[in-house]
Design a protein around this ligand. Sequence first.
Ligand code: MOS
Length: 735
Amino acid sequence: MTTISRPRLLGPGVNRVDGPLKVTGKAPYPSDFAYRGMAHAVLVRSTVGSGRITEIDTTRAERAAGVVRVLTHLNAGHLERGPMTPLGVSPPAPLQDDVILHYGQHVAVVVADTFEEATEAANLVRVGYSAQPALLELDDPRAELRTNPWGRDAEWGDVAGALASAEAVLDETYLTVDNTNNPMGPLTTVARWEGDTLLVNNSTQWASLESTSLAAIFGIPEESVHVMAPYVGGGFGAGLRVWPHVVLAALAARVTGRPVKLVLTRPQMFTACGHRPKGRQRVRLGATREGHLVAIDHEALTATAIDDDNFEPTATVSATSYACPNVSTHDMQVRLNIPVPNSMRGPGAATGNYALECAMDELAYKLGMDPLDLRLCNDAALHPPSGLPWSSRAHKECLERGAELFGWSRRTHEPRSMREDGMLVGYGLAAVGYPWFRARCLARATIRRDGTAYVCSAGSEIGNGAYTVFVQLSAELLGLDPGEVTVGLGESTMPLAPQTGGSGLTSAVGSAIYEACRKIVGEVLDIVADDIDSPLRGCTVDDVEVGDGGIRRRDDPARFESYRDILTRHRLPDLTAEGESAPSTPQELGMAPAGAFGAKYVEVRVDPDLGRIRVARAVSVIDGGRILNAKTARSQIIGGAVGGIGMALFEETVSDAGTGRIANATLGDYIVPVDADIPDMQVEFVGSWDRANPIGTKGIGEIGLVGLAPAIANGIFHATGRRIRSLPITMDQLL
Ligand code: MOS
């Protein structure tokens, strides 16, 4: 079947199909749902960072106006912990004992008729603690250290020997701070029970996991949990897990017998749904005088919670970035009394790439070499750990095209050598390779007698443009107009899908849609196999192509029949097929599945007197395989780059020494870039169709962010001669 007949890299830049719904306020986000008799739940959080609850007095809260119920560890009852997930163990079930593991842990939930009444009563809950010193520092000797937590450490060659004999060696340490995901839509759960069935409107990036988890936690069959998340107000990773507050909303609904809405407040968003953890990375690079890498040694230590998991493969970045005969990468986590960290756009990769790409820039200066040339001469033409060819790789093109667009050749090598309008000008660069991720996924497609189609999968739309690209793809694969296709997403009762995360959704759902649509065409051909009235009689899927609402023979395009005519003649209301995609292993493929590649170029301007830093230009050139929608893809990269500028210059979750109380847990105090901080962004896509899946795509959800921070740090060095090895880089550090 040649449904994808024109291998263009860039699909048309079409507007979001859900754009009008969103801008008119009609897209139903989780917090928009309300049900008859609905009560509101408000959380009470721990005010110590470590210790035990010695007493909890809810009498005043229970007597307060409108209060329906107050739940604490004393009356919540037993809840199972959720199951093992692809991201590690589930968070601990809430309200199960008196132990406090971090400041801000949920210690009670108040359910009342209104949000205001619940908030008021939550303030009346009195909690006594016996506090003990909280473990908060990466180096705390009392803290438990986990080595190689995801089994991804890499080791080949003789790193120590190569470093000892290298002509140039770089050995530096880079620090990153806590950052907090701040999706615009505060995470919301609206839970209700109909008999033994749990219905949940929820901000989730993973409806399929949520239904499985809630079923396990409440000890009910999976079919009895219905998670609905047709629209989610952003995630950036915050919606990847089944958080304790989700469980509390469902529990509150069960014990009160009413629908319960729980909306995290902005301060609660800083403690209840993950963050990018602080870390320290040591990078050692060895190279020949000509700049060929002979050794890479990357060690990363990041913070994690006392009793939870976080997937943050950081040093791992260095195993796949450059061709090098001696490589070792080691990830470590230290367990601290902090809210559980969790994926934040580009988890591990964003910070790991920051350290590696700053180190590469430093090495270039040691060698007296152009930082671009250093990257180019160490290009990993083959996938370094396996030696297999990549399923696609236009990394050099990204670097070269980026240099051209940016005007890298105008750069003078010496730090502090470029000035304009009284400002120090710096050009910085970072190369990026984003890890590949895909998981098993199902989708279902239905073609109806009226010539329209419905396609669905449980994968969710979190602002990423999922509805739009799946409409485009389904229309192409069935030969329909986009207006004739409706896509359903985000419900756990739809065919199983992996998380909207890891930059993997489009390839996973898209490949399943490919299969489903191909099956539909096959079914249609089966129906007309012996139909003497059909010009398609006797055709197989490989003999035909789709278009204009039907199917035509490839060898004779005049022999065409529409779905409408076929289904009408055969008296069929519709046809449905389910498609499955499962990622192939590198062995099966004979190649290493590639994620996206990219090059990030920035111009920074630094005020020599005040140290004020401005990003003046940013160019991102991305190899994302086939780009389904040039417009949403560009927007995805720009959004990521804004996040990258935040990581580089602004974002820092600050906590108090001793308790871990987060001191800037509002959007007024947690600084993110605003419009005036964002320059014109140039985005270009290069490369070709990826060979690892039938639709040719790679993920681009996260690569937009990755690389901005090192490119900016490198630009600041070039502008000022000051090498700042920690993020965020602020003006006081440059004075
Ligand atoms: Mo992403 S941080 O995998 O949602």
